[in-house]
Design a protein around this ligand. Structure first.
Ligand SMILES: [Zn+2]
Length: 205
């Protein structure tokens, strides 16, 4: 169990082709624990394995977002292994999405209101998951990661350049992303500080 570094765009590893998982082994369960730790450390509500540099077809969604627990309850996130989108329905809705691989960036994205996915769980069994609103959005966002699709693919070239400039200022050559626990002496512009961002911003009403 460990918090792993997040791969931040424009790192080309985010576009790598992902491979299906052939069997839920101890290694896959260890990967799941690392993804859980990393997702929580960065305050995300979803994460895909490729975001920690592992090009396997697996993502997680927070149990609160998935509607199986109160948000903040200590219920493990739901694992989606080899997921497929079976069906989407409902009018498209536009909402701002964030992504752990785009710290501090939010992009309005049109998505169908409902989505139904089939995947394999950590127990090795196939399940179907139907969600709407934020849950549908989270599943579709994470599923996009497995096909190499990213937030910048939803914006025009000008906005894409702006995002690139902003992230290049944030990420040092070491790949370090400034966070709340940084021990640096120098001051950061607050607006450019990479606070833990949710994979999908959750606005409490
Ligand atoms: Zn993402």
């Amino acid at each position: 169990m460990a918090v792993r570094p997040i791969v931040v765009w424009p790192d080309p590893r985010l576009r790598e082709k992902t491979r299906p998982i052939t069997e839920v082994t101890d290694e896959i369960r260890a990967l799941y624990r690392d993804l859980v730790d990393t997702m929580y450390a960065y305050d995300g509500v979803g994460i895909a394995a490729i975001q920690i540099g592992v090009p396997l077809r697996m993502f997680l969604v927070d149990a609160g977002v998935a509607g199986i627990a109160e948000r903040g309850a200590s219920v493990d996130p739901v694992a989606f292994i080899n997921p497929e989108v079976l069906d989407t329905s409902g009018d498209k809705e536009k909402a701002e999405e964030g992504c752990l691989s785009f710290p501090g960036i939010y992009v309005p994205v049109d998505r169908p209101r409902r989505a139904r996915l089939r995947a394999i769980g950590l127990d090795g069994k196939t399940f179907e998951s139907e969600g709407e609103g934020l849950f549908a959005r989270a599943m579709l966002h994470e599923h996009d990661h497995l096909t190499g699709k990213l937030l910048v693919d939803f914006v025009g070239p000008l906005k894409k350049r702006q995002i690139k400039r902003k992230l290049e200022r944030q990420v040092e050559p070491s790949g370090h992303v400034h966070g709340e626990n940084c021990q640096h002496d120098h001051d950061h512009d607050e607006a450019e500080h990479a606070h833990g961002v949710a994979a999908v911003p959750v606005r409490s009403s």
